[in-house]
Design a protein around this ligand. Structure first.
Ligand code: ZN
Length: 195
């Protein structure tokens, strides 16, 4: 498992709900936390490790020692959005690229945890931003899709550079073709994560 970079097709995938909590899901989640910490991130969605399923993880402290701040959100739904606040975002799928994004200031998120228990959280500030960013991933939305046209124009050369690198890696065979990657995603969707 690895964190995939834009424009990997999974980053434009509308992911499927998780049907059941399996041992495989637990192992995947643990591995995702390791990858997230290695990359100095505070959130990671399944799409970012090329898994077309609706879950993500966060630890807004970014500190593996603060495991009490680790949260897993399975099949998340956001409601009660209110207020708008602009803030800087980055993404482990486009490292070193940062931009200003408007997000709801406060939200409620409902989801299931790894024990299959439903929970709800009222969030604001950074946790609210991270949860909105990660939920977007599950719908194939990147943070720069939500930037203003002017801000995006300024960032476009860096976005294009990610595309150039990805296409280059495909041309040399380091990365599979879009057709093959799409096939893998469809197979995962059909077969699930396993038991
Ligand atoms: Zn991201």
């Amino acid at each position: 498992m690895q964190i995939v970079h834009y424009p990997h097709p999974s980053l434009r995938w509308k992911s499927q709900p998780i049907q059941s909590i399996s041992g495989s899901l637990r192992r995947v989640v643990r591995e995702m936390f390791e990858l997230m910490y290695e990359a100095k991130g505070i959130g990671l969605a399944a799409n970012q490790v090329a898994l077309p399923f609706r879950f993500f993880i966060i630890n807004v402290s970014g500190d593996p020692d603060l495991s009490d701040q680790e949260h897993v959100f399975i099949n998340p739904e956001i409601s009660n959005q209110s207020g708008l606040v602009e803030g800087e975002e980055g993404c482990l799928s486009v490292p070193q690229l940062y931009g200003q994004v408007k997000r709801f200031e406060t939200i409620t998120v409902e989801a299931y945890d790894l024990d299959g228990q439903g929970f709800a959280m009222d969030l604001d500030e950074l946790p609210a931003r991270v949860v909105q960013h990660e939920t977007d991933h599950l719908d194939g939305v990147m943070f720069f899709d939500r930037m203003t046209d002017t801000d995006l124009q300024a960032l476009q050369p860096q976005v294009d550079e990610f595309v150039t690198v990805f296409r280059h890696d495909q041309s040399t065979g380091t990365t599979a073709s879009d057709a093959e990657l799409t096939e893998q995603l469809k197979n995962l969707e059909r077969d699930g994560l396993g038991g």
